[in-house]
Design a protein around this ligand. Structure first.
Ligand SMILES: [Zn+2]
Length: 357
């Protein structure tokens, strides 16, 4: 009996194996191979470099992570940004939250990754481009990845298995539109639960959408973690208005999740919810001039853009194929034959389209 108690006492004296794997440090920030926010001390903001495999020159890809672990228990909200390397507003949103959220007032844990795609960010590329000899993969179609697979599959697999999935009860993945185009503040959601999250973030437009295979949003949602994709305007810049709106919207979401004190604001009356989308395409190549601004309401067959040839002669007037709202415009007037000058979102009354057509 005494021997058994001694064994039990020894077992109790040994701390649980920490799931966070620290392998070194850089300028005071631990370098980790795995994060389990559960084993971090409460009431602290901590910064890490997550090692997500190696680049083609043998150096590690280091992904910045900020964990704000509240003094009180609560859910884990995962916020990610910069999976497309030219989409930057979300990074500034996470930087702001990292500076302003006081862990002593927070219940639960905020896990933030302000820059998921270092090679894309370095080259201002939407793709994952560690190596100029290969075509760039879309990291946001690679989840849950595969450790030991190709470079991008391995990178995605490490992110998914060791950082994103184990630290998320709810998630928001922050984007913008890509180079040459612009969005409004726009959220993709795929279920009643994620639609509610989207409403709390207070965008201009919500698009109910079945999504694409391999995105952070859809892979998490399919695995039981409600997630939305938040689009914040234009690429390759920090837009203070969008950044402030996203910060306010995410704060509102955290109030609903009981992570922060304060009253939950209802969705804005101007919010437009859509479940279908139509591309407005030029059939001729040339110089496009838009006739309506981003966010405008359009009627079916309403002219939306003029296409001119190299001499400035009008060669086509492009009209909207549906009635709805312009949620995306091309900001670059150079237009390929068949490419989109805008997209229009609308609501389909087909019952099968309730959560996206
Ligand atoms: Zn994106």
């Amino acid at each position: 009996m005494r021997a058994l108690l001694a064994v039990l006492g020894l077992a109790l004296a040994i701390p649980a194996q920490a799931a966070t794997e620290t392998v070194g440090s850089l300028d005071g920030a631990p370098i980790i191979d795995r994060l389990d926010s559960g084993d971090l001390p409460a009431g602290l903001t901590q910064r890490f470099w997550f090692r997500a495999g190696a680049s083609p020159v043998g150096q590690p890809w280091l992904v910045p992570v900020v964990v704000i672990k509240g003094a009180a228990p609560g859910p884990r909200l995962l916020l990610t940004a910069g999976i497309h390397g030219d989409e930057l507003n979300g990074i500034a949103v996470l930087h702001r939250l990292a500076e302003t959220i006081d862990p002593s007032r927070l219940a639960g844990t905020l896990v933030m990754v302000p820059g998921l795609n270092p090679p894309g960010l370095m080259q201002s590329s939407r793709g994952f481009t560690p190596d100029w000899t290969r075509s760039a993969a879309n990291l946001n179609r690679e989840m849950p990845g595969k450790e030991g697979g190709s470079a991008v599959a391995d990178f995605a697999g490490r992110l998914w298995n060791r950082l994103l999935r184990p630290n998320a009860d709810t998630a928001v993945d922050l984007h913008t539109q890509s180079r040459g185009t612009a969005y409004m503040m726009y959220v993709f959601a795929s279920s009643p639960r994620t639609r509610r999250m989207a409403e709390l973030v207070a965008p201009d437009i919500i698009k109910m959408d079945k999504g694409d295979k391999g995105t952070v949003e859809n892979t998490l949602t399919d695995d039981g973690v409600p997630a939305i994709t938040l689009e914040l305007g234009r690429p390759e810049s920090f837009d203070d208005v969008m950044i402030a709106r996203a910060e306010a919207g995410l704060t509102n979401l955290m109030r609903e999740l009981k992570m922060l004190p304060g009253k939950v604001n209802p969705p804005p009356a101007s919010l437009f919810v859509a479940n279908d989308i139509a591309a407005v395409r030029a059939t001729r190549a040339g110089w496009a001039r838009l006739l309506l601004p981003l966010g405008a309401s359009v009627k079916k067959d309403q002219p939306l853009a003029e296409i001119r040839d190299s001499f400035g002669r009008l060669i086509e007037t492009v009209a909207s194929p549906v009635e709805g709202r312009i949620n995306m415009i091309a900001t670059d007037p150079r237009t390929d034959q068949g490419s989109s000058v805008a997209r229009v979102v609308w609501w389909s009354t087909d019952p099968a389209c309730q959560n996206g057509c």
